[in-house]
Design a protein around this ligand. Structure first.
Ligand SMILES: NC(=O)c1ccc[n+]([C@@H]2O[C@H](COP(=O)([O-])OP(=O)(O)OC[C@H]3O[C@@H](n4cnc5c(N)ncnc54)[C@H](OP(=O)(O)O)[C@@H]3O)[C@@H](O)[C@H]2O)c1
Length: 243
C-alpha cells in the first residue's frame, strides 16, 4: 500500500519504520519540508516529502502531529479522494495544546479532528506510548490497540496496519465512542491484551478522564528523576483503573 505520514516525530517516524518493514511504500513529512527530515526518513526506509506531497497518490494517510496543529493542515486534505483512509493518532493535552472549548465540553477529540479536516478519520495509534509502539510489538502475548471510526472499510484497513506493526487491533466502535480511548481512560497507554482492553474500554467514565489525564501528565512532568517507561504504564493503570 502507498502510505503518507504527516508528522515525523516519535509516533510518525516509528510508524514509518514499521510500515516500510511490513512492505508498504511510505512517504514521511514534517512541518519544514523534506530536507529537514531527509536523514531521519532515509534511516527508516521512507521517502522524505513536503506535507502536501504525503497526501498525494496514497491509499492511507497517517496524521501524527500535535492536536492543536490539526487545523493548520486542513488545506492539504481538501482534494484528497474520499476513499483514502485518514488515521488520526493525536491526543489533546490542554497543558500543551492550549484549551479548545468544544473538546473541553466533551466533544471526542477525533470528532473535532474530523471536523477540522472536513472528512472522516479513524482514531488509532493514539493510546500507545511511543516507546511501546517502538519496542513493544510482536511479543508472544500481544498488546492491543483500539481502532475507532465510522467507516467499516477504513476501520478494517486501519486494523490491518495495527496488526502489521505487531499489535492486536481491537474494534473500538464508532468515532463518537472514541473518547473511551482518550488520555485519562483505563484503555490509554496501559499496555493491555485484547480482552483486558475490551474491558477497559467498556468501563471508561467520560466525566473522570480529563481529571485523570491532567493529574497524570502533571505528575510525569514534575517527576525527578523522570519516570521510567514501566513506571509510567504502572501509574496510568493505577490512576485510571475503576475503583
Ligand atoms: N509520544 C507519544 O507517546 C504519543 C503516543 C500516542 C499518540 N501521540 C500523539 O501523536 C501525535 C504525535 O506525537 P509525537 O510524540 O510523535 O509528536 P512529536 O514527536 O512532537 O512530533 C510531532 C511532529 O509533527 C510535526 N508537525 C507539527 N506541525 C506540523 C504541520 N503543520 N505540518 C506537518 N507536520 C507538523 C512536527 O514537525 P516539526 O518538528 O517540523 O515541527 C513533528 O515532526 C500527537 O498528537 C501526540 O499527542 C503521542
Amino acid at each position: 500500500m502507498n502510505i503518507g505520514i504527516i508528522g515525523a516525530g516519535n509516533i510518525g517516524t516509528t510508524l514509518a519504520r514499521k510500515l516500510t518493514a511490513a512492505g508498504h511504500a511510505v512517504k514521511l513529512a514534517g512541518s519544514k519540508g523534506p530536507d529537514d527530515i531527509r536523514e531521519k526518513a532515509m534511516k527508516v526506509g521512507a521517502l522524505p516529502v513536503a506535507a502536501h506531497e504525503a497526501a498525494r497518490d496514497v491509499e492511507a494517510i497517517v496524521l501524527s502531529i500535535p492536536f492543536a496543529k490539526i487545523p493548520d493542515v486542513a488545506n492539504i486534505f481538501a482534494d484528497v479522494p474520499a476513499d483514502v483512509v485518514v488515521i488520526d493518532t493525536s491526543n489533546y493535552y490542554p497543558m500543551r495544546d492550549g484549551n479548545i472549548a468544544e473538546v473541553d465540553d466533551g466533544k471526542p477529540e477525533s470528532v473535532w479532528s474530523s471536523e477540522q479536516l472536513g472528512r472522516p478519520v479513524v482514531k488509532t495509534f493514539n493510546a500507545v506510548l511511543a516507546q511501546t509502539l517502538a519496542e513493544g510489538g510482536g511479543t508472544a502475548e500481544r498488546i492491543a490497540i483500539p481502532v475507532a471510526g465510522d467507516d467499516a472499510h477504513a476501520n478494517a484497513i486501519a486494523r490491518e496496519l495495527v496488526n502489521e506493526t505487531g499489535f492486536d487491533a481491537l474494534d473500538a466502535g464508532d468515532l463518537a465512542s472514541s473518547w473511551r480511548q482518550q488520555p485519562g481512560t483505563p484503555a490509554y497507554c496501559t499496555e493491555l491484551t485484547l480482552p483486558d482492553l475490551q474491558h477497559a474500554l467498556s468501563t471508561a467514565e467520560k466525566a473522570r478522564a480529563p481529571g485523570a489525564r491532567d493529574a497524570l501528565i502533571k505528575g510525569f512532568m514534575e517527576a525527578t528523576p523522570p519516570l521510567r517507561h514501566e513506571q509510567i504504564v504502572a501509574r496510568n493503570r493505577e490512576v485510571t483503573a475503576l475503583r
